[in-house]
Design a protein around this ligand. Structure first.
Ligand code: NAD
Ligand code: UDP
Length: 319
C-alpha cells in the first residue's frame, strides 16, 4: 500500500485530500497542529486502519517512521484574518515547514507537492494570470507574510528539485470553497453565507468592484490529484476561471439564500487584490483538467452544509 503524508490535514483542503487518498486505497498519515484546523474534519477517518493522525507542528523537525511515497504540504493559515492574526506562524510554516518537508522528501525519496497560491501574483497587473507572470506583491504589506512565505516556498521547492533531484510539484490554488470551511474564517464564501444565516447584512469590502473566481472543492482536489501523478515540475494554476465582482457575488448569495438583508459597505483591506482569474491553459494541456462544477451548483451544496451546522457554530462570528 502506498503511503502519503498530508500536512494541514485537519483543515478545509487537507481533510478533503485525506478523503480522496483514502478512497484511492492509500495509507494516509495526517499531520496538523490544529492552529486553524479542526479534528472534526477528519474524525470520521479515525476508525480506519489505513489512517493515522500526528498532532505536530511542521516547523519543528518532522519524522515519519518507515517508507513514505508522497508528501502533500498543505499546512498554512489560508484566510486573511487568520494570517494577519498569526503572521509569524504563517511565515514559519511556509519557510521552515516547507524546508523540513523537502528534507523529509529527500530522505525518503518521496514525491512532494506543495500548496502555493494565486497570492504569489499579488495585486496582478496581468489578467487573467498565467504561470509566466512574476506577480506584483508588496513584501512589507500586511498580506506579505502569506504571499512572500508562499513565494519562498516555491523557490526552495525548485532549489530542492534542481540541486537535490527531489521529485516536486507546485500547485497555485485560486480561491476554493466547500464544506468544512470555518464559518467564521473571514473568507468571503463562509462570511456571506454566515451573515445570511444569522439574518445580518452582507459586508462588502470596498465598492465591491474587485473580482475573484471561485473553484468548488471537488474540482480542486481532482486537479491536485492529477498534478501529483503527472511528471510536471513547474507551477500549475488550479482554479475556476468564472470571474465575478464581489458585489455581484453578494447579490448571488442574497438570491440563493433568500435573505431579506441588504449589502453594507466596509473599508477595503490594505493590498486586497483588485482582479483575480486563473489562466488554466496549462492545467488543460498537461493534466487534461478543467473545472466541472458550476458556481450555482457548488454554492448550493455549501449553503446546505452550513445550514446543517449546529446553532452554536452558526452564531460564531469572524473576529
Ligand atoms: P485551513 O486553515 O482550513 O487549513 C490549514 C491547516 O494547516 C489547518 O488545519 C491548520 O491547523 C494547519 N496548520 C497551520 N500551520 C501548521 C503547522 N505549523 N503545522 C501543522 N499544521 C499546521 O486552510 P485551507 O483553505 O485548507 O488551505 C490549505 C492550504 O491550501 C494552505 O497551504 C493554503 O495556503 C492553500 N491555499 C488554499 C486556498 C483556498 O482557497 N482554500 C487558496 C490558495 C492556497
Ligand atoms: N470580502 C468582502 N466581505 C467579506 C469578506 C471578504 O467583501 O466579508 C472580499 C475581500 O475583500 C476580497 C474578496 O472578498 O476582495 C475575497 O476575500 P477572501 O478573504 O475570501 O479571499 P482572498 O482575498 O484571499 O482572495
Amino acid at each position: 500500500m502506498k503511503k502519503v503524508l498530508i500536512t494541514g490535514a485537519a483543515g478545509f483542503l487537507g481533510s478533503h485530500l485525506c478523503d480522496r487518498f483514502i478512497k484511492e486505497g492509500f495509507h494516509v498519515i495526517a499531520m496538523d497542529n490544529l492552529i486553524t484546523g479542526d479534528l472534526k474534519n477528519i474524525e470520521h477517518l479515525f476508525p480506519l486502519e489505513q489512517f493515522e493522525f500526528y498532532h505536530h507542528d511542521v516547523t519543528k523537525f518532522v519524522h515519519v517512521p518507515g517508507k513514505l511515497d508522497y508528501i502533500l504540504h498543505f499546512a498554512s493559515p489560508a484566510s486573511p484574518i487568520d494570517y494577519l492574526k498569526i503572521p509569524i506562524e504563517t511565515l514559519k510554516v511556509g519557510s521552515l515547514g516547507t524546508l523540513n518537508l523537502l528534507g523529509l522528501a529527500k530522505e525518503k525519496k518521496a514525491t512532494i507537492l506543495v500548496a502555493s497560491t494565486s497570492e504569489v501574483y499579488g495585486d496582478p497587473l496581468v489578467h487573467p494570470q498565467n504561470e509566466e507572470y512574476y506577480g506584483n506583491v508588496s513584501p512589507i504589506g500586511p498580506r506579505g507574510v502569506y504571499d512572500e512565505a508562499k513565494r519562498f516556498m516555491e523557490s526552495i521547492t525548485m532549489a530542492y528539485h534542481r540541486f537535490h533531484g527531489v521529485d516536486t510539484r507546485i500547485v497555485r490554488i485560486f480561491n476554493t470553497y466547500g464544506s468544512r470551511m470555518r464559518l467564521n474564517d473571514g473568507r468571503v464564501v463562509p462570511a456571506f453565507m454566515g451573515q445570511a444565516l444569522r439574518g445580518e447584512d452582507l459586508t462588502v469590502f470596498g465598492d465591491g468592484s474587485q473580482t475573484r473566481s471561485f473553484c468548488y472543492i471537488d474540482d480542486q482536489v481532482e486537479g491536485i490529484y492529477r498534478l501529483l501523478f503527472s511528471e510536471y515540475t513547474d507551477p500549475i494554476n488550479i482554479g475556476n476561471p468564472h470571474e465575478t465582482t464581489i458585489k455581484e457575488f453578494a447579490e448571488e448569495i442574497i438570491k440563493l439564500t433568500g435573505t431579506h438583508q441588504k449589502i453594507v459597505y466596509k473599508p477595503l483591506p490594505q493590498d486586497d487584490p483588485m482582479q483575480r482569474q486563473p489562466d488554466i491553459s496549462r492545467a488543460k494541456e498537461i493534466l487534461d483538467w478543467e473545472p466541472k462544477v458550476a458556481r450555482s451548483q457548488g454554492l448550493k451544496i455549501v449553503y446546505d452544509y452550513f445550514k446543517s451546522l449546529p446553532t452554536a457554530v452558526l452564531q460564531r462570528k469572524a473576529h
